[in-house]
Write a protein that binds this ligand. Structure first.
Ligand SMILES: Cc1cc2nc3c(=O)[nH]c(=O)nc-3n(C[C@H](O)[C@H](O)[C@H](O)COP(=O)(O)OP(=O)(O)OC[C@H]3O[C@@H](n4cnc5c(N)ncnc54)[C@H](O)[C@@H]3O)c2cc1C
Length: 301
């Protein structure tokens, strides 16, 4: 019987792990991999205390820190189901079953991909899924933002004073976002909205050079150095359906202290309903979740 089980070893789960280890808790961390989305990140320039690093280097540091703290990570272990059994939980993975008094869910999210030629090959070579993270790399460059909802307009807002020209490419007849965002973005001199355009390929040899789309039956191409894919993110919560409350986008619903709808179950990072998709936020939530677990175990709330 563990005191807690952390599911996921991205930055949220690893932060919870550091705090659990330092509290000498009886716990394990079950995860498909170590690092999560860090493994996909290129340059990282917005984590406090680290001026600049890469996803690879950052992950090596976190691995070292996990080792230093003796965090018991079961790497390569995917959790497929969780059951509540009176005052305990059974966590079922593809390899084994475990009993625990509490759980921290830190399973993260994945970007919805366009699934067009060139997208994977040119990832981190001009193709990106995070404007806040990578926007500054495109100063005075021409970029395309794929998508016409709130997240793509927020990305455009962030890039307005960074990029030279922004092409907003949406498959819909019009932008489908908050009116204030549309008003703010659509009339800017350096923004061109391209509607009813289905992105078909991202082209470039080593780096992104252009984006190709189909509009009104015609194939067109626009030269850009960056492509921001903003067509949504998918939280890794499929296995939790029916166990905890999920919001309309399938994020685990939590309050500001990381409590989920099930007592003793906490959630942190990109899988949670406080989904701002940033390292600092995920780390902070991982810390909060573990401190809440400690209080829960001592029946202090
Ligand atoms: C390309 C890219 C670049 C980014 N750049 C930046 C940046 O520069 N700055 C910034 O602040 N943010 C950046 N982000 C966002 C940042 O990566 C995320 O906000 C952060 O990594 C979320 O951490 P997490 O621990 O919540 O989730 P994740 O990193 O997604 O980790 C989730 C973990 O859970 C595991 N897992 C999932 N499902 C299961 C399961 N069923 N059983 C067991 N394990 C499971 C996964 O294997 C993984 O280890 C970037 C994201 C991407 C995709």
């Amino acid at each position: 019987m563990y005191e807690t089980i952390i599911v996921g070893a991205g930055i949220a789960g690893l932060t919870a792990g550091i705090y659990a280890a330092r509290k000498k808790m009886n716990f394990i961390c079950l995860s498909k991999d170590v690092g999560g989305q860090i493994l996909e990140s290129g340059r990282i320039l917005n984590y406090p205390g680290i001026v600049q690093t890469t996803g690879y280097e950052f992950n090596e540091l976190l691995r070292e820190q996990a080792k230093f703290n003796n965090i018991p990570i079961h790497e390569g272990e995917e959790v497929t189901r969780i059951e509540k059994q009176s005052d305990r939980f059974k966590v079922i993975s593809k390899k084994d079953e475990y009993n625990t008094k509490s759980i921290i869910l830190a399973t993260g999210a994945r970007a919805r991909k366009l699934n067009v030629p060139g997208e994977t090959r040119l990832m981190n070579r001009g193709v990106t899924y995070c404007a806040i993270c990578d926007g500054p790399l495109f100063a005075e460059k021409d970029v395309a933002i794929i998508g016409g909802g709130d997240s793509s307009l927020e990305a455009a807002d962030f890039l307005l004073n960074i990029a030279r020209k922004i092409y907003l490419i949406t498959i819909n007849q019009r932008l489908l976002a908050h009116e204030y965002l549309i008003e703010l973005i659509a009339n800017q001199e350096n923004v061109e909205v391209i509607t009813e355009a289905n992105t078909t390929a991202i082209l470039g040899e080593d780096l992104v050079e252009s984006v190709e789309y189909e509009q009104h039956g015609q194939r067109k191409k626009t030269d850009v150095q960056g492509v921001f894919v903003q067509i949504g993110r998918i939280p890794n919560t499929e296995f939790l359906k029916g166990f905890v409350d999920l919001d309309e986008h399938k994020h685990i619903m939590i309050d500001c202290e990381t409590d989920s709808s099930v007592k003793g179950v906490f959630a942190a990072g990109d899988c949670s309903s406080v989904h701002e998709y940033q390292y600092s936020i995920a780390a902070g939530q991982g810390c909060t979740a573990l401190l809440k677990v400690a209080k829960f175990l001592h029946k202090a709330y």
